[in-house]
Write a new protein. Sequence first.
Length: 45
Amino acid sequence: MLMLNGYELTASKESTEAVVLAVASGTLDRQAWTEWVKEQIKPLG
């Protein structure tokens, strides 16, 4: 989805894994996840 919109995720695998697990367990809400994604993306190229 990000690539289709001209962005890529810059977060480490470890950070991404931790965030995915937090979302799955319900300890990270949608707003916090959205902010994390905004901080971890950059335009392609």
